[in-house]
Ligand binder design. Structure first.
Ligand SMILES: NC(=O)c1ccc[n+]([C@@H]2O[C@H](COP(=O)([O-])OP(=O)(O)OC[C@H]3O[C@@H](n4cnc5c(N)ncnc54)[C@H](OP(=O)(O)O)[C@@H]3O)[C@@H](O)[C@H]2O)c1
Length: 327
């Protein structure tokens, strides 16, 4: 089969494209003939720095998200699943073989049915962007009736988070963005208000948008820059959910936090417990089937140009998701 891989960490120049043996599904696994592979920040981070600082396997086929059709099943998996259109998650998490390939053999628990009418390219972005957004909005209880602040509202996760917060009944959604174009994208997704985080005072704007009380929930993609502002943006007893950071260390306003009494939650989407993962996959599918969850596909590259796709995501200049079309 045609696939992309790397055998050492480094810039996108370590990526090679060629022929690899087609995998066979083991017990409990399905084999998916991939049509689209989603590219996420963790794919270039894992390729550049490894997970834990070194390369985890001698050869890594990158990327965890994808969509395609089950073409073969392993022992213990119902053969009626052959032919089922699906989306895939956790392809390259604690295993060497991700979705930047024509085929992946993977545990059936990491595969969800593709809802009727949903574009496979969009579903190839559900595994990380949509599931992270869903977990960020549910880890501290639901957000019905709450004021939710979504940072990076035009980002891959943030854009899904706005839509899911709206579907979960948030009373008000405020999103931070960095341009009028990104503000329009966040509003289109369901944000009631936007803040230009590079030009405006975050605390003052959130307070003025919430009658002085602050948000009930902050869903944050970057604690290293936003952490110092948390106390200015959160109501007393509110919850902060952190799923990203640009730096390994971050500051939080500890003195203000003692009377503010917030809860802070961290998580990594790859490691959700099986019951939560399946709940999230089902809720994402229900929203997508109902037309309430749209993914912005910003750029599509053929598999051969995977290095450009990684560089595009790493540049931070893409608004929306990047996918590879698999031949
Ligand atoms: N914990 C997990 O399981 C998990 C899952 C998915 C992603 N992540 C992490 O979450 C981060 C975002 O992922 P993504 O896929 O959504 O990336 P993305 O689509 O590239 O969105 C990130 C965008 O957010 C904006 N941004 C950066 N810092 C910001 C800040 N302080 N406030 C507001 N906006 C800011 C930037 O756009 P502007 O130029 O407009 O500022 C940046 O391009 C990455 O670090 C990723 O590794 C973690």
């Amino acid at each position: 089969m045609k696939a992309a891989w790397y055998t050492s960490l480094g810039t996108s120049s370590v990526l090679q494209v060629g022929e690899l043996p087609t995998p066979e599904p083991g017990p409990g696994e399905v084999r998916v003939r991939l049509a689209v592979s989603g590219v996420n920040p963790s794919d270039w981070k894992a390729r550049l720095r490894g997970r834990g600082g070194s390369i985890a396997f001698p050869q890594i086929v990158p990327q965890s998200d994808g969509a395609g059709t089950i073409d073969k099943v392993g022992a213990g998996v119902d053969t009626t699943r052959i032919g089922e259109k699906v989306w895939v998650l956790n392809g390259q998490w604690k295993r060497p073989h991700g979705t930047a390939a024509q085929y992946i053999a993977i545990n059936a628990g990491f595969v969800a049915p593709l809802p009727a009418g949903v574009d496979p390219a969009e579903a190839a972005c559900f595994g990380i962007p949509a599931l992270t957004a869903w977990r960020a909005l549910t880890i501290a209880g639901g957000v019905a009736g709450q004021v939710v602040l979504v940072t990076g509202g035009a980002g891959a996760v943030g854009h899904h988070a706005i839509q899911i917060a709206r579907a979960l009944g948030a009373a008000k959604i405020v999103a931070t963005v960095s341009s009028p174009e990104k503000a329009a994208i966040a509003r289109e997704a369901g944000a009631d208000a936007t803040i230009d985080y590079r030009k405006e005072n975050l605390g003052e704007r959130v307070k003025s948008l919430t009658g002085g009380s602050g948000a009930d929930r902050i869903v944050d993609l970057n604690i290293s820059t936003n952490g110092p502002h948390y106390a200015d943006m959160l109501r007393q007893g509110g919850a902060i959910v952190v799923y990203g950071t640009d730096e390994p260390m971050a500051s939080i306003p500890a003195g203000a936090f003692i009377p503010l009494a917030p809860s802070i939650h961290f998580f990594i989407v790859y490691d959700l417990a099986s019951d939560l993962r399946h709940m999230g996959m089902a809720e994402i599918n229900a929203l997508a089937a109902a037309g309430k969850l749209k993914t912005v596909i910003a750029r599509r590259f053929p598999l051969d140009r995977i290095a450009e796709a990684h560089d595009a995501v790493q540049s931070g200049k893409i608004t929306g998701n990047v996918v590879l079309d698999i031949p």
